[in-house]
Design a protein around this ligand. Structure first.
Ligand code: PBG
Length: 332
């Protein structure tokens, strides 16, 4: 569509920017509480929290505290919470068996939220890195990430999460074929209504640094994730990945990181029209909070501006560590 604009002075585009009311009428996009998915970090123990220095304002929570947080999130109107576990280093192995243990930390946390009857959707992370002795999202042998062996492990992990009561599974590993394999297993095992949000276009990014601190994977990671996560220079490849994952049975697709990849969000939404989400990742959060703490930017204004940018780029929702803060602000 080519916009029709009369020549100045017939068209004075500033007319509709003159007052707050006119600006409100002319506003094209909005951010609402129902656009938010809140990622939280869970740890062992009870009634305790631990701050994460590289993510000011974000804490690891024990399961009982996650239940409290989920209750608070639900009362704010946040539709979903996403669970990321901080796994004790002694449980990390080469084959990552803890990942599909039915009573691992993540699954106990899912059940606790479910059993508390909180009206909030529970999303998970399906990837081996928190459980892997070498910090990778896949099983490693002789320095290589094994695709098909990893997919088998992910299927077991996904089933255990569905069994525990998860509503949305989030495969974040970037192995080929995992969406189809998980979808098929869910059908066979009677979890027909469990949704999958594929981390379809996930880039090998420096913006994940603070998250790896938060889940205790920074120290463990050997090398980088470039053989499975995407090259930041690529865009067409993202469309092929999204097409593939939708065909394999993903209900929702994600682009990650967020702000530096808004062009990908827009292309994905335009091309497929599927439910499309962005993950405003830990490094994006840390940059906004860090600059805000130094008085270099107004972090509240930048938080809201960054979130509306996702809506403008076509996203249906955003995973963001700002979720409770922005929900409180929006609820007045
Ligand atoms: C790993 C995973 C990562 C994030 C979510 N799931 C990190 C990685 O791929 O190394 C990053 C989230 C963030 O940075 O906020 N499966």
């Amino acid at each position: 569509m080519t916009p029709l604009v009369a020549p100045t002075p017939i068209a004075r585009l500033r007319r509709l920017r003159r007052t707050a009311q006119l600006r409100a009428l002319a506003q094209e996009n909005t951010i609402g509480v129902d656009d938010l998915i809140w990622p939280v970090f869970v740890m062992e123990g009870s009634d305790a929290t631990q701050s994460i220095p590289s993510m000011p304002g974000v804490e690891r929570l024990t399961i009982d505290r996650v239940v409290q947080a989920a209750t608070q999130a639900a009362s704010l109107g946040i539709p979903a919470i996403c669970i990321f576990p901080y796994i004790d280093p002694s449980l990390k192995t080469e084959l990552c068996e803890e990942a599909w243990s039915t009573d691992n930390l993540s699954n106990r946390c899912i059940s606790a939220i479910r059993d508390a009857g909180i009206e909030i959707a529970i999303m998970t992370d399906v990837a081996l890195d928190p459980y892997n002795a070498n910090g990778h999202d896949g099983v490693v042998r002789d320095g290589a990430i094994l695709n098909d062996e990893t997919v088998e492990a992910l299927v077991k992990m996904a089933l255990a999460q569905a069994e525990a009561g998860a509503d949305i599974l989030g495969p974040s590993d970037m192995m080929d074929g995992r969406i189809g394999a998980i979808r098929n297993a869910l059908e066979v095992e009677g979890h027909k209504d469990t949704a999958i949000m594929s981390y379809a276009a996930k880039y090998a990014s420096g913006f994940y640094g603070p998250f790896r601190d938060a889940v205790g994977a920074s120290g463990a990671l050997v090398g980088d994730k470039k053989t499975y996560q995407m090259n930041p220079a690529n865009s067409d490849e993202a469309l092929r990945l999204v097409a593939r994952d939708l065909q394999e049975g993903a209900d929702m697709v994600m682009v990650k990181p967020g702000l530096p990849y808004l062009d990908i969000c827009r292309r994905v939404k335009d091309q497929f029209g599927a439910p499309t989400y962005a993950y405003q990742v830990s490094g994006e959060y840390a940059m906004i909070m860090g600059a805000g703490a130094n008085g270099w930017i107004d972090d509240t204004q930048v938080m809201l501006e960054s979130l509306i940018a996702f809506k403008r780029a076509g996203c249906d929702g955003i995973l963001t560590y700002f979720a409770p803060r922005v929900a409180e602000l929006l609820n007045g």
